[in-house]
Structure formats: C-alpha cells, structure tokens
Write a protein that binds this ligand. Sequence first.
Ligand code: BGC
Length: 834
Amino acid sequence: MPGDRWQELLAALTVEEKAGLVAGTGFWTAGGVERLGIGALKLSDGPAGVRGDGLLGAGTPTACLPCGASLGATWDPELLEELGALAGDEAAAKGVHVLLAPTVNLHRAPFGGRNFECYSEDPLLSGRLAAAFVRGVQSRGVAAAVKHFAANDSEHERHTIDVRADERTLRETVLPPFKAVVVEGGAWGVMGSYNRLNGIHCCEHEWLLGTVLRDDWGFDGFVVSDWFATRSTIGSACAGMSLEMPGPPAFYGTPLAEAVEAGDVDDTVLDRIAGDVLRLRERIGALDGPSSAMSLADEAELDRPEDRALLRRAAVAGTVLLRNDGVLPLELSGVRSLAVIGPNADRACVMGGGSAQVNPYRSSTLLEALRSRLEGRVALRHEPGCDVSRTTPPLGWPDLAGKATAAYFDGHGCRGEPAAVTAAGSFEAVAVGEPHPGVDAAEYSLKMTAMLVPSTTGRYELRLMQAGRARVLIDGEVVLDATEGFFGGGEAYLGMMSAEIPAPVDLVAGEAVEVAVEFENRDAMFLAGFRLGLLAPEPADLLGAAVEAASACDAAIVVVGTDHEWETEGRDRDAWELPGGQPELIRRVAEANPRTIVVVNAVGPHALDWLEAPAAVLHAGFGGQEFGEAAADMILGDAEPGGRMPTTVPAQAEQFAAHVNYPGDGGAVHYGERMFVGHRWHDSLGIEPAVPFGFGLSYTTFEIGPPRLARSTAAAGEDVSVDVEVNNTGDRRGAEVVQIYVEPLQPRVQRPIRELKGFAKVHLDPGEKATVSVVLNAGAFARYDPRGADFASADDAGWYVDPGDYRIAAGRSSRHLCGTATVTLTGEPRRLAP
Ligand code: BGC
C-alpha cells in the first residue's frame, strides 16, 4: 500500500506541474518533477516480453514469452506467475517502470487480429492466469497495466468502433478478466482502449473508469490511455483517465492546466489523476529523492540460462496435443530418415505482430532443433511445401552474395560523404526517428547496395514497400521509381507502409547484378523506411517436392501456421483456412506417409477440418523464443504437451457465437450473443465443435472421478467445495487439467447451460492418484441483473445468487464431462458485493 509521501508531494505541486505529470513526454516516457525528486516514468510493451525503447520487432534483445493464447493453453497460474516475475526482471533490466501487459480481451471471434495476444474465450480462465502474471511482474517492483479496457476484442475499425453491449453481457463476460486482474492480481495500472463502448470512447468513459473500476472494484491505481486513444481534455480528466500517452500530449499538459485555470476542470479532478501517478511512483520507488529522478537506466540484457529453461517449459505447457494415434512421442528406432516439411519448419514464427513484438534473445525453429539433436542418427530432409508469405519477404540470403551495404546521408538525395555506413542482412530498413546513431532523423537518405546472383533466367518481379520515397536501380539503371505520386494502402507495419509496388526485371541465371535502393524519408509520417522483395519467374513445385520427400522418408513432420503478418494488431484475419494451401499440403503429406505429425504454429482459431488426416497433431500457437526446442522436446518424448485448448475451435467458420454480429457495420458492433461467448454458445445450442474448449490429450492416460461435494445443500451465497480424484492410469508422468463447470438447473433468467467456474492442473507419476480441491465461491453461481433480483428496480442492480439446484460437473473439456453432482442452494436470492 502506498504511504503518505505522495500526498505531501501532491500538495507541493503547482497546477502546471500536476497537468504535466499526467502527460507523456516522449513515445515511452512521462516526465517527473525534478525540484521535488519525482522521477520520470518509462513504459514499455508487453505482453510478449519487455521491448524497452524501440518499435515492433526492433529494440534491445529481450526474453520472448509464448504469446497470450499459448499462455492461456497452459491453464497454469503458478507458471504464469513465474513468467510474470521474469517479465518484471526484464523490465527492471531495461529501466522500465510500467509494463503494458497483460492483454485480457476475449477471443470473441476466430478472426480477431489480436487473439494471439489474449488468453482465451473464457473470462474465468483469462482472469485467473492474467492475475497471476501481474502478481509476478509486480513482485519485482514493476507496475503492470492490464489492457485494453474494455471490449477491445477485434481490430475492425479499431480506433472508432462502437461496441454496443448490455450491462449484463459486460459484467458477465467482458469485464471479469479485468476485475480478476485488479482484485486478485492487485494490478497497479489499467490501459483504456481505443474503441467506444455504448457510444462513449473508453478513455473518457465515466461508468467504466469510475463506477465499475474504482467504485465497484476499489481500484486505486492509474489509468493510462492506449497510444493516441485520448479524445478530450475535460471528459478524460473527469472520467478518471490518469495519464495521456504518448507525449507530447494533445489533451493533457498545457491544455489541461488551462482548463483548470479556466474553471472547466475542477482542481479536485486534477488532484485525483495526479494522485494516481504519484501513488504509482511511490509503489515503484520513484519518489526516493532527487537523485533517482529523470534517470532512465540504460537497457541491459539478461538472457539467463534459467530463463531459457522457463520459457521452454512454458512453450511445452502451452502446446495442446489434439490428436495422436500412437505415433507420438516419435520412436526413433525405426526412423532413419525424417521429412521436415512446412513453411514454418525453418522460419522462426514465435510471436504475433504489432506492438506485442519484441526483439528476442534468440528464436529457435523446429528444423534447427531437430538437426542439432538428430545429427548423424537420422537423415533430415527439409521441404517448405508451400509459400505463406503475406507480403514479399525482403531480398536477402541466399539470393544475395554476402551482406548489403547501407550508407546513410544527412539530408535527402544520397549526396556527399555518408554520415554512417553499415552492413545489412536484407533489403529492409525501417526506423522511427534516427535510422542510425548520429544520422539526422529529420531529413536523411539511405543507399543500400548488394550483389544479386539470380538462380534462374527469366522475368522476375521486384516488390517495393515504402514509408518515404525510394527508387530501385539495377546495375545503375533505374528500374522502379516510386519517388513521386502517392503509394498508400499497405498493411505491413500496422498500415504505415505503402502497398507493394511492382516492377518487372529480366535476369539471367548466374549473372551477378548490383541491386541498389535509394531512399529518403521525404513524406514519411512517423515510421520511415522501405522493404524490397523479389519474386522468382516460375514458382517451384513446392507441394510436389514435399509429397515426394514425405513418401521417401520413414516419418514426416509438417510445421504449418501463420506469422506476425497474418496474425497481427491493426487488422483482423480475413481467412478461416490456414493460408497458402496448407490444408492441402497436410492432406497430401499425410496420404504419402502414415507417420505424419503436424505442428500448428498459429493461433487463430483456424479451420481444422483436416484434423483426422495425419497421425498426430500438436497445436503450439506462437511459443516464444524457445518454440523450436520445445516442439522437439515433445516430438522426441523428452517432454509431454501439457496444454488444453483455451478457446473452442468451431467446426465451421460461421458457427461461432458472435458470427451474425461480427465484425459489425455502420461503425458499431452489437454483442448480440450476450453471455453466450465461446463454449457457452456451442454447449447451450448443442453445436459440435471441431475441438471443444478445454480439450487436450496427453502421452499418458488419466481417469477423472466424479465431483464430491462437501455438502449437498448450502445457503445461497455460501462457498461450495468440490473434491475430484485424478488418477494417472498410463505409464509415464503427465499433466491433467480438472475443469469444474456449473450448470444452473432452474435458471430464473436465460443463462448458458454450462460455465467454467474452476480448474486445477496436476502433474502425476504413473499410477499416482491425487485429489484436487476447488472452492466454488458465491460468484460461481451468480448472475448479474441490471434490474435487481425481482426484476423491478435498477436501484437493486447487482450480482445475485438464486436459490435452486446446480449441477457441478468435473471434466476434461466442456464436452468431456467425467461425472456430476448436484448442490441445492437454499433461502432467498442473495445479492453479492459488486
Ligand atoms: C496498442 C497497445 C500498445 C500501444 C503502445 C497500441 O497500438 O494497442 O497495446 O501498448 O500501442 O505500443
């Protein structure tokens, strides 16, 4: 708990100082007040790790955690707390005071662009895991800001979309993860989202930031705006938004001081939000006197062996075994050759795209991991099988003979002596601000050159994307000129780059040419740079080669998936199938080799109608930096996949709950499915999913006993404790997740047939038994009623537990229930604290 020091300081601050304290000073910083020893703040993304300064994948190397959805699949709060502590350590190493994480919006539709960042479709699972993560982060004296508050479940029109949802829907589905993070996790920060909620922007939403967050949940932390999400001075301050980011501010700072001087904003309003950011500093120890003020520590790298081990364990724990006809773990005695197929087999797709991207210490691929372990024992054959590039990859190795040279010039036109010369691995150069230390960020140009050795003869196609102005030269001759005219409409780099600009070029196999790009940051808005790709004349028969390799080898592994361009912030997904014809690749390889193992390196959810074709399927998500090593551990049997699906995979694209209301139109989206998000919809309507919520196999087998209740009647509002026996009946150690669902048998209002209300993960040796105990508190039976228990008056709005019979089911998914017991709740409807 913060002490009194912040109050003394608040009293000592002028209006201008207070108005400045609640505003950003830079992209990642908020200033302090030197004369009073109030330290500056550094904030950083989150949630895949701690990026520190930098943007997207650029920045100081850092630990890259499995993505949110992979963490959701762990069902393991203890593990999440460990990972949170690691993120806290990384933040401290990078001088970061506020980590912009975790993301607890829900997987409302399979197409949500940021699903990978969020944990689950389920409010309870998301909230428990995220609360544990936050406890871990904050145990290191670093604040966590949980995001994006609230209902930011899709990227469609993300800055403006108006989410229309009734209060019960919000209280029962959208808000509980945030409530858990605030109440159980004790989060010091919350980030207000871009979208509107019932007509009002979330960063100026009095009901959301005042009534719900502070009055009902007792939150006494700070609310930071999402980046550029602030819309007003008076409205935001009065609603209780404490910090406008980034800086320089548009609404706080001087405009806020002026509004206070003019009497448009009350002093007490300013004091309240300035108090929020002072308490934050007290919590993180940034009020320790003048010496700590303003100094942002130099960013350091940790990369400790124990962190790598933890990240590897987490990637394993978040991988779900969806199918196994006995081929896994792979018995190597009969395998002399192994086909390692798939577009992601040798590409490190370890995270989704957007602000969650970090620059990982390392990125492991499955192909590399298998090579290092099977060298000399098994012959590996790699074939990509198809091309899934959403945009043309940058020209680099192996097409280039060596590295490219990048010469930076102050001013436009690539004239005079370069200010800096450096080597580049590929034709991609993107920067915000200084492109290279010492180069003039305001006006610079860049010439990148390299030798290209074509592998075939014919008409190639150059593909240029730019934020700024560029032209491409081959052997000194301009072949693509994009220095004039407008080229917008791209989607890479969160839409800050142009679309791809094509130009043909004829090349001859083996005849080296010099490729050059001349770029200047003219007309670039925020991000500046370019990317140049090159398409070969005739696409090779990738599928044919993969099928041939599969039939020639003793077993096949196919790593299918997406990457940070397919699953990204800024845009929802537009395809239900895995891209690039991967379903066809899986089917053809599985036909060619009965020992085919598929690893899904994507989140989605995507169509899984091919699930029965291969012998085994591992759903790995984006597993973070240790993804490849972890996948190899599981395939070779050194570890067992411990995950369970955090989200239902519908059998057909249109069968998810929000379908008829997704993505919305006319600037609004109705949450018409109400409380029936995810498994609640499938279960209530009896729709068979491709994979149910909570499902996951193991390398061993478990028996889950029926739930045993401590008593069969209880007064409405009392806790009910449930014991369940779990028995490892197989022959190896493994993990099982016991899931407790509650079914109201005489609901007074429409309710989902079944809802997850508790869970426990146990690790057992062969033959070992354990009894797990789950306490169902009053909230597990409650429903929210905006009209009170008797449906008469909004004054009685709140959470109610109705008397009646409730079936308690213990299961291994929302569809695999292993036993039930009934508890009768007696007495009058019981109103709970908000
Ligand atoms: C994202 C936030 C992120 C912020 C800063 C926004 O675009 O929505 O999640 O924390 O940028 O990068």
